[in-house]
Design a binder for this molecule. Structure first.
Ligand code: NAI
Length: 287
């Protein structure tokens, strides 16, 4: 199957990024959200991001115009998804919200349409259970910020077909990304590894094992990480990290994924990272 039309559900941080790279790669792309103002905000983000690429001479002004011309927005999922070959769902990380969307997509989309989710950790098999096409449901876990990050974790459930994996790999590669296929394990792979690291880093901080600047520096210089665990946690968002850890803990019962109290306390006092201007570095850095 050749993908021509793409529909992205959700125009937040991830949805806008995915719609942008899809339009840049030449696909007719419709971005769907529940309110026009959310879509307008998403479009503003896309314009700003494309503008930066033009400024840095990574793309030409003409390419920006063409990408924007391929983008459409809609508050009506039926209108956006009815003739899409490939749908990427990127709404809130809440299973009940996503399940409802997959149920609706099953009714709206042609039977060949592949339904991908950008979920960070909700099982793909669970999302597939809301449809009658489990073979065409797959995870396409893009990374933030989408226009810049190359990696995409492709998650296949026990029922995802070879053909859906192939179409997804071709699609993701055509966006200039590097897909990696993994199984539908709890938390998949990227977050299973990183979430454990950040939980342990927070435990070390609770123990007073070191200063956050030093612990980050140690990881950068010892293991060639571009960012330390605390810097990355502030970028991702402490609330997102707590949700992901709790999600993996709920699925596995493994104590090591229980968010350490410090992470929960930080969320309770609104220290959720860069997006609020308050995170590990504002609370603990000694300068
Ligand atoms: P966000 O909160 O920025 O955006 C979610 C958007 O979905 C909002 O604009 C909301 O209005 C919209 N939405 C909610 N219900 C809807 C519905 N029924 N129909 C259409 N639109 C609806 O969320 P974000 O950060 O973009 O996350 C989206 C997904 O991507 C989540 O599953 C998250 O786990 C995943 N993800 C997030 C990453 C991040 O760093 N933010 C990284 C990788 C994955």
């Amino acid at each position: 199957m050749r993908v021509k039309k793409v529909c992205v559900i959700g125009s937040g941080t991830m949805g806008a990024g995915i719609a942008q790279v899809s339009a840049q790669a030449g696909y007719e792309t419709t971005m769907v959200d529940i309110r026009q103002e959310f879509l307008d905000r998403g479009m503003d983000k896309i314009k700003a991001s494309l503008g930066k690429f033009v400024e840095k001479e990574k793309i030409k002004q003409e390419e920006m115009k063409e990408a924007l011309a391929r983008l459409r927005t809609s508050v009506d999922m039926k209108d956006g998804a009815k003739d899409a070959d490939y749908v990427v769902e990127a709404v809130f990380e809440r299973a009940e919200v996503k399940l409802l969307i997959f149920e609706q997509l099953e009714e709206i989309c042609p039977k060949e349409t592949i339904l991908a989710s950008n979920t960070s950790g909700i099982p793909i098999s669970l999302l597939a259970s809301a449809t009658r096409r489990a073979d065409k449901v797959i995870g396409a876990h893009f990374m933030n910020p989408v226009p810049l990050m190359k990696g995409v974790e492709i998650v296949r459930s026990l029922l995802t077909s070879e053909e859906s994996v192939k179409v997804t790999l071709d699609f993701v590669k055509s966006l200039g990304k590097e897909p990696v296929v993994v199984k539908d394990s709890p938390g998949f792979v990227a977050n299973r590894i990183y979430m454990l690291t950040v939980n342990e880093a927070a435990k070390l901080l609770e123990e007073g094992a070191g200063r956050i600047e030093d612990m980050d520096k140690l990881m950068r210089l010892s293991f060639n990480w571009p960012m330390g665990p605390f810097e990355l946690a502030d970028l991702i968002g402490i609330d997102v990290i707590v949700d992901l850890l709790e999600g993996i803990y709920k699925q596995t019962g493994w104590e090591r994924y229980k968010p350490t109290p410090l992470l929960k306390r930080m969320v309770e006092i609104g220290y959720t990272g860069r997006k609020t201007g308050k995170g590990f570095y504002q609370l603990f850095a000694q300068g």
